[in-house]
Design a protein around this ligand. Structure first.
Ligand code: SAM
Length: 298
């Protein structure tokens, strides 16, 4: 998977945009209203985020945020006193976050379009690097973590959120329910008598149509392999790349760091209505990890 493909996806699917009706759709370009509604939607669902951010010690520190989306956490980090710098792979996210911070008159160091694979900063520039919901979408993760290690000061901290492997969403929803539903839909679509109905359902539900098109392109049984299927079941069927993590995979993929702390949050397993159920610490979808840079070896 190449970076331009990943970039194209996020440029045209700004993070969370469709879930609230779209900045240029329902909100007709009203940025202020969009950010207000987006944040209340986001923190209404992902209720753990404000407390997780508040627990980070960022006041007066040089903080780099990687992968900004709509900038909800960027705003929180700045309000908590971080000397904030942000980068995103897409011009769209950078423009949105720039508008948010200008509208709210929030001070920051730098905001630019760049990739985590080639950070435009000197060695040891930051005390904290924060990246929420991003690094599981970066295929060349070893290079990404090397770059992050390079720009972190000794004694600094990397805090990330990546999707959790040992989660209700991955094990049950994606692993069993969604695969079974797609297999059924694909088999029905192949049956001459039922195909018109399924085609109609596919047209009515863009996601189903996207999955059926992916299955036709890749071949149904290859598409249903969990290692393949997961890419298209975290951020929609057009998303080109996603990976799930547990502590062991973190240790393998982040060799320049030592794992300090790991915890799970957010019960999320669509189509199961589990949002308000307990159990997020055991089977939550969001894996938060705090990492410390290992001393450089010569
Ligand atoms: C799922 S969104 C997460 C955004 C935000 N942190 C949040 O939690 O809502 C992923 C974001 O990471 C950005 N991104 C993806 N790959 C990247 C890379 N290689 N370098 C920098 N940003 C990247 C995308 O453009 C997108 O804005």
């Amino acid at each position: 998977m190449d970076e331009p493909t990943v970039q194209r996806f996020w440029q045209h699917h700004a993070c969370g945009d469709a879930q609230v009706g779209g900045l240029h759709g329902r909100f007709k370009g009203d940025y202020e209203q969009f950010f207000t509604d987006y944040d209340s939607f986001r923190y209404g669902r992902e209720r753990h985020i404000p407390a997780c951010i508040e627990s980070l010690s960022v006041a007066g520190k040089q903080v780099l945020e990687i992968g900004l989306g709509e900038g909800s956490e960027s705003e929180r980090l700045i309000r908590q006193g971080a000397c904030w710098t942000g980068i995103d792979l897409t011009a769209e996210s950078v423009a949105r976050v720039g508008t948010r911070l200008a509208l709210r008159q929030l001070p920051y160091q730098e905001l630019r379009q760049a990739s985590v694979l080639d950070l435009p900063f000197a060695d040891q520039s930051f005390d904290v690097v924060f990246s929420h919901g991003v690094l599981h979408h970066v295929p060349d993760i070893r290079r990404a973590q090397q770059e992050i290690r390079r720009v972190l000061r000794p004694g600094g901290e990397l805090v990330i959120m990546v999707y959790a492997r040992w989660s209700l969403n991955y094990l049950v929803s994606i692993g069993v329910l969604r695969r079974a539903a797609l297999l059924t839909a694909a088999l029905l679509a192949a049956a001459p008598l039922a195909s018109a109905g399924i085609r109609q359902a596919g047209r009515a539900d863009g996601r189903l149509a996207g999955h059926l098109a992916n299955a036709r392109k890749l071949g149904l049984f290859r598409y249903l392999r969990l290692s393949e299927f997961v890419h298209y079941n975290t951020d929609g069927p057009a998303n080109p790349y996603a990976l799930v993590y547990d502590r062991r995979r973190i240790e393998q993929h982040f060799p320049s760091f030592e794992v300090v702390r790991v915890y799970k949050r957010f019960m999320h397993a669509p189509p199961l209505p589990v949002h308000r159920l307990p159990g997020e610490r055991l089977l939550g979808w969001h894996l938060w990890v705090h990492l410390a840079p290992r001393p450089a070896t010569r």
